[in-house]
Design a protein around this ligand. Structure first.
Ligand code: NAP
Length: 250
């Protein structure tokens, strides 16, 4: 599905009274999305693994005018066990009573190697953080998010998750898997209010992109702020009825 990001304008307060959990909110696209959704009225639950970085995003949000107080949810997706997922979901239910949006944004690149050279341990690490963690978090959040009036789950894909490319190894395969997870979940919930979609951010100026392309001219890349309209569209009421789609942010 194509999305006309240039002509999508969002109004102030679009996400008012929505509680939105964003994974990987300590940096890059997740950080920019956290600030933007807070500015649009959402209460943002900032997930990440680095408490110092999360506190700094928390402070940036509080420094904005008239925003709801965010919350911090630290959890390392590489090592979290089922109790950690359960207690994250329970604490959201207890503190907020409602979850309207879940953005699976956290991700790692892993090694850029041929399949022949790829180490199994690295393969498992990338698949775990990029796919299994998103599955586990979705599962514990589903009962709560399904109760919301207009709930939305977003998974983060990539161009290499739609067409495989040499040397992108587990990262590319994990993004194909994320597209599959989103489609299965969307289909299972097609008779509910819950919408489930994927976004491919496209080349964006973050530390992940720098690791993938250390020599490229970064000035030509979109900034995280510039690619947010499709995220806001999918989190807000304008996308009601849109589910099972994979959209490009650029
Ligand atoms: P980024 O700047 O590296 O941010 C990634 C976020 O994920 C950070 O907050 C990071 O935390 C968090 N994270 C990584 N491993 C984690 C773990 N084990 N536990 C908890 N949090 C963890 O990358 P980005 O470019 O914004 O990427 C965001 C998403 O977009 C990813 O899913 C990526 O695959 C996708 N994407 C990006 C591009 C691009 O060009 N940038 C293109 C296509 C798709 P720390 O701050 O602690 O590292």
């Amino acid at each position: 599905m194509s999305f006309d990001s240039k002509n999508y304008e969002y109004r102030p307060g679009l996400l008012k009274n929505r509680n939105i959990l964003i994974t990987g909110a300590s940096d890059g696209i997740g950080e920019a999305l956290a600030l933007c959704t807070a500015q649009l009225g959402a209460t943002v639950i900032l997930h990440g693994r680095n408490i110092k970085k999360l506190e700094s995003v928390y402070d940036e949000i509080l420094a904005l005018d008239g925003v709801a107080r965010p919350s911090i949810a630290p959890m390392d997706l590489a090592t979290a066990d089922s109790d950690a997922y359960r207690s994250l979901a329970d604490s959201i239910a207890k503190e907020f009573g409602q979850l309207d949006g879940l953005v699976h944004n956290a991700g790692i690149l892993g090694e850029k190697l041929s399949i022949e050279q790829y180490e199994t341990i690295e393969w498992q690490r990338v698949m775990h953080v990029n796919v299994t963690a998103a599955f586990a978090l979705t599962q514990v959040c589903l009962p709560l998010i399904r109760e919301a009036n207009d709930p939305s789950i977003i998974f983060t894909s990539s161009g290499v998750g739609r067409k495989g490319r040499a040397y992108w190894g587990a990262y590319a395969v994990s993004k194909f898997a994320i597209e599959g997870l989103a489609q299965v979940l969307a289909d299972e919930n097609r008779h509910t209010r819950l919408r489930v979609n994927c976004i491919n951010p496209g080349p964006t100026r973050t530390k992940l992109r720098l690791a993938a392309y250390p020599a490229e001219n970064r000035d030509k890349l979109k900034t995280p702020d510039e690619i947010l309209p499709v995220y806001i569209y999918l989190l807000g009421p304008d996308s009601q009825g849109v589910t099972g789609e994979s959209l490009d942010a650029q």
